[in-house]
Design a protein around this ligand. Structure first.
Ligand code: NAD
Length: 423
């Protein structure tokens, strides 16, 4: 059974997303009408808009906002700036946001946006004008009660600040709840920066006893020692007593059997720009890192890292997907047969969207929580969600990824059914 894109690179992601719905619909017996609703984005807006460039010329950019499903609440999802953005990619990402929000039971649907552009070749002023004009174009369909964007690839808290300001200028008053991932000074939440890694660490802790792993003293390998990966490692080390033995980034990896102090590695990376060259550690390649004998492997870099070519060589007992889509379906089946516990991306990295939800809740209340409250509530959501997924996996005798999709799609289908079809 295939629930993520395959080894082949040329797969249309929206076709994959639609197939995933079919697979789950077969498993839980959804009728054709419900299937069709779950396979169709509710609303899509395509916009072409001009931006004045620094040299005085004008360029027309193409952007999208897709609201995939709103049965459970306002839609939620990031905005991506990338030359390869396409409508089908945005549709697929919007579908996956719908399932991610549902698996952790947030009162949200799913959405995604994108603008076809190359932000690396644009000045800050050009990016600000592009962002403000794109925000104006999609303004009729976004808002705190309707659709709440967030950062994604090549957008950040500054981008969100510009969108919040543009929206607020049109309304005539400040509306912080229109986007999440904002700077703290504009209504961002404490704890948002570490939420994905922290959530991932909680899910690993919960899964460990079922996978025969004792987190205290467990060995860890992290592919992609960036935001999500380094923070997951730090929390597993500092709060749960695990030991990082291997870590990598785009420049290569390091290995040390008796443990690498996460704080020291973070400091080394901050100083040199990479984990490579860390004193006392042996150099390893990214491929070797994935195949290292450890208790817990955290892919936290890119998609399609665990494939049919290397899945058989994975020696970890738990694979916790901090990254989106690191495992291809052929590999998924191999890992399942090897009895490796896979914690799927829509669960393992959902801490980020969960704290985005907290940010929105704080913004609309106008009442901000201390970090301890954010952390406690995040822990509650991640523990409950892991247990929900585990229960479905046991009941249906499926692996965790299928269980997570079953749980999410069932929740959305139930909401659609309870609301009934208008008119
Ligand atoms: P990041 O840029 O902070 O870190 C990514 C790390 O991966 C960097 O250290 C980079 O050097 C490394 N990397 C890049 N290419 C690599 C390669 N070929 N081999 C090994 N390492 C490589 O990004 P992030 O925010 O930590 O995101 C990482 C993954 O987590 C992405 O898949 C992202 O979609 C997913 N994710 C992140 C969040 C979040 O809130 N940050 C939320 C959900 C999912």
């Amino acid at each position: 059974m295939s629930l993520v894109p395959g080894d082949g690179a040329q797969i249309n992601p929206f076709e994959t997303a639609r197939k995933q719905v079919d697979i789950v619909a077969d498993l839980i017996g959804l009728d054709d009408g419900m299937r069709a609703m779950l396979k169709s984005p509710k609303r899509e807006l395509s916009v072409n808009f001009p931006v004045r460039m620094d040299d005085g010329s004008y360029r027309v950019f193409n952007g999208y906002r897709v609201q995939y499903n709103m049965a459970r609440g306002p839609s939620k999802g990031g905005i991506r700036y990338h030359p390869q953005v396409s409508l089908d990619e945005v549709r697929a990402l919007a579908a996956w946001m719908t399932w991610k929000c549902a698996v952790v039971d947030l009162p949200y649907g799913g959405a995604k946006g994108g603008v076809i552009c190359d932000p690396k070749k644009m000045s800050k002023g050009e990016l600000e004008r592009l962002t403000r004009r794109f925000a104006s174009e999609i303004l009729p369909i976004i808002g705190p009660e309707m659709d709440i964007p967030a950062p994604d690839v090549y957008t950040d808290s500054q981008t969100m600040a510009w969108i919040m300001d543009t929206y607020s200028m049109q309304k005539g008053y400040s509306v912080p709840g229109v986007v999440t991932g904002k700077p703290i000074s504009l209504g961002g939440s404490q704890g948002r920066g570490e939420a994905t890694g922290r959530g991932c660490a909680y899910v690993i802790r919960e899964a460990a006893p079922h996978a025969g792993v004792k987190v205290k003293g467990a060995s860890l390998a992290v592919q992609g020692f960036g935001n999500a990966g380094s923070i997951a490692a730090r929390i597993l080390q500092d709060e749960q007593g695990a030991k990082l033995v291997a870590a990598s980034d785009s420049k290569g990896g390091v290995y040390k059997a008796d443990g690498i102090n996460v704080g020291a590695l973070e400091a080394h990376k901050a100083k040199t720009g990479s984990v490579t060259g860390f004193a006392g550690a042996k150099s390893i390649s990214n491929a070797e890192l994935l195949e290292t004998k450890v208790d817990v492997l955290i892919p936290a870099a890119l998609e399609n890292q665990i494939t049919s070519k290397n899945a058989d060589k994975i020696q970890a007992k738990i694979v916790a997907e901090a990254a989106n889509g690191p495992t291809v379906p052929e590999a998924d089946t191999i890992l399942f047969q090897k009895r490796i516990t896979v914690l799927p991306d829509i669960l393992a990295n959902a801490g980020g969207v969960t704290v985005s939800y907290f940010e929105w809740a704080q913004d609309i209340q106008g009442y901000f929580w201390p970090l301890s409250e954010v952390t406690n509530r995040l822990e509650g959501v991640m523990v409950r969600s892991y247990n929900d997924v585990h229960k479905v996996a046991e009941e249906k005798r499926v692996h965790n990824r299928t269980a997570a999709y079953v749980l999410a799609i069932q929740r959305v289908a139930d909401a659609i059914r309870m609301r009934g079809i208008y008119p």
